[in-house]
Design a binder for this molecule. Sequence first.
Ligand code: PMP
Length: 426
Amino acid sequence: MNKSIDVKFDEQHIWHPYTSMQSPLPSYPVKSADGVRITLENGTELIDGMSSWWSVIHGYNHPVINQAITEQLSKMSHVMFGGLTHRPAIDLCKKLVELTPKGLEKVFLADSGSVSVEVALKMAIQCQLGRGYKNRNKFVTIKHGYHGDTFGAMAVCDPVNSMHSLYSDILPKNYFIDAPKSKPNGTFNLAELDELKALLQNSNEHIAALILEPVVQGAGGMRFYHPDFISGAKAICEQYNILLIADEIATGFGRTGKMFACEHAKITPDILCLGKAITGGYMTLAATLCTDKVALDISQCEAGVLMHGPTFMANPLACAAANASLSLLMTGEWFEQVKQIELGLRDGLQACLELETVADVRVLGAIGVVEMKKAVNVAEIQKLFMQYGLWIRPFGKLVYVMPQYVISKQDLTSLTSGIVNTLKAL
Ligand code: PMP
């Protein structure tokens, strides 16, 4: 018998992300998802513009990833990673070392993006201790950033967006510099590096690392900035022996048109965080990579080891999904797909610029952003999008999409024309 879904229970008992329990936004029950489509319990089919928050790059219900997980399931779904290892983890880490910028050799497999950021921050502090810097336990980051919801990660998120005021006595205090304004395809204003230069000159004895989202700042405002900021910042950090942590949890695996956004700046960070699309959005897994030098210096610190080891570290099912997802990427097809999506988004969203309510339209790789002049009413606008058969979840003033790489030209056109028509109707 097909039992009806208990949405009331959901509403009364289950937290959803950043949602009030008192007056929650609607949560639509999903029955299944396949390719670029999400099917609701009531039979409505929606083209997914969100890739489930950057992660489902190859589409839902992908036969190759399904098969990899099923095969792994029949062998083992999990074993502890302390004192044991396994083929899925080794295969995955080989691929990660091969794919990521040259010089990143050591891999820590974590269980979510936020945890991989925590690991990166700890790596940086322990590395500096290993180098003999006793007080380097703070971080520099750029305003409007987002790095996750755990305390360490939150402490390097934009202080206003992530409401640091709520946690003022418990959150570690870090350094926030102005976010670069030069656009990725324009000329870079060198003066944007001055604040970092001055800060590192004056306070380097307290600073372990600079952490940033290269080229695209995601949940902190969907801002795009010039890659020369990153190469310039890396050079300044090197002068003071300060590490650069690149958080590519959102931008990694082709999303910006390069396999990793750091490649736009032609740099290798000292530490790199990956997540989201690593498993093709099948399950939670993340990775923190670092250079040999960082790993060696960590081993020189008092602990002698990296102080982290989660229960589900290197979960074999997640590693199997990631191996399959990365094999799909390694065919290289993504490159042309992302290029076509970029063209389609540029072309399709351009009409938004003519709307009185729109402040800016920007596209990079397979990311399209329409910034409104005022914050949108999420519940209301989502209903309108759904009338066009679209799943889009804006936040604040930002209506944005990052479609799956496998989206067809026709579905991409439905997505962009649905956005234009919805915004016209507001
Ligand atoms: N860093 C960035 C850049 C992210 O976009 C996110 C997730 N939105 C995170 C970290 C945190 O990842 P997770 O939600 O998997 O903990």
